[in-house]
Design a protein around this ligand. Structure first.
Ligand SMILES: Nc1ncnc2c1ncn2[C@@H]1O[C@H](COP(=O)(O)OP(=O)(O)OP(=O)(O)O)[C@@H](O)[C@H]1O
Ligand SMILES: O=P(O)(O)OC[C@H]1O[C@H](OP(=O)(O)OP(=O)(O)O)[C@H](O)[C@@H]1O
Length: 205
């Protein structure tokens, strides 16, 4: 079975959960992106690319629900996982607070253009989207955007940059992803994996 795991902040949670479910995967070393451990092969990819690898043939992956929603990949999601909890929110400078319904013509900086567009379309509000890859909070601070849609966990980053959360766009959690064909061809292995992870989650260990 082949796993694709996200580099970065979801990696430790992913390895820890799989280990408790009886699958000890050694992550690839510093520069290596692929490692074979017994019957398993582990690939390391950027969180945003994990759904793409799973859609195009890797059996199982883990990434955030924000990432899957943004990518829109055609994969199965048998489980929500108990880590990577945060939210995706609309935020803006405290001194210029507005309701989302009043944001017609606003420029919104985000790493999530698709989710942001859908959110505003749902409100019938037309905004300009400025796609950035990180440090999103900088954009309104220096005046190149009116608001942002970004991950909020503790709210520290928003506060440190004088931004205020206007509304939550979605709750975020890590997800287990399964390739559609693997679910049929490796039915037993995958069901066993899902069952073991469910038990770990249920026992809360
Ligand atoms: N405080 C947080 N900040 C950012 N992401 C978080 C946080 N808490 C949980 N997450 C989850 O972790 C996922 C991956 O975050 P991480 O920072 O590792 O990757 P990334 O931002 O895509 O980085 P890179 O661009 O380097 O791949 C997010 O998409 C989200 O689902
Ligand atoms: O609410 P908080 O607990 O402050 O966490 C949220 C912040 O953490 C993440 O940034 P990250 O450190 O991944 O850097 P990035 O902005 O470059 O993605 C995210 O994009 C927010 O900026």
């Amino acid at each position: 079975m082949r796993f694709v795991l996200p580099k970065g902040r979801l990696l430790q949670g992913s390895l820890g959960l799989l280990q408790k479910a009886g699958i000890s995967l050694r992550p690839p070393g510093e520069r290596r992106l692929i490692e074979r451990v017994g019957n398993y092969e582990v690939l390391l990819a950027r969180a945003f690319d994990v759904p793409v690898y799973v859609e195009y043939g890797i059996d199982v992956g883990i990434t955030g629900s924000d990432v899957l929603e943004e990518r829109g990949s055609d994969v199965l999601v048998p489980l929500e996982l108990p880590f990577g909890k945060c939210r995706l929110s609309l935020a803006m400078p405290g001194e210029r607070i507005a309701e989302p319904e009043e944001m017609d013509g606003y420029r919104i900086a985000t790493k999530y253009p698709r989710i942001t567009r859908r959110f505003f379309e749902g409100l019938g509000v037309e905004v300009e989207i400025l796609k950035l890859h990180g440090s999103i909070e900088l954009a309104p601070k220096i005046g190149i955007a009116d608001a942002i849609v970004d991950i909020v966990e503790t709210g520290e980053t928003l506060r440190a940059n004088g931004l205020v959360e206007v509304t939550k766009v979605m709750d975020v959690s890590a997800l287990l992803l399964v390739n559609r064909i693997a679910q049929k061809t490796k039915f037993e292995e995958i069901n066993e994996l899902v069952f073991s992870i469910k038990e770990v989650i249920r026992d809360g260990t």
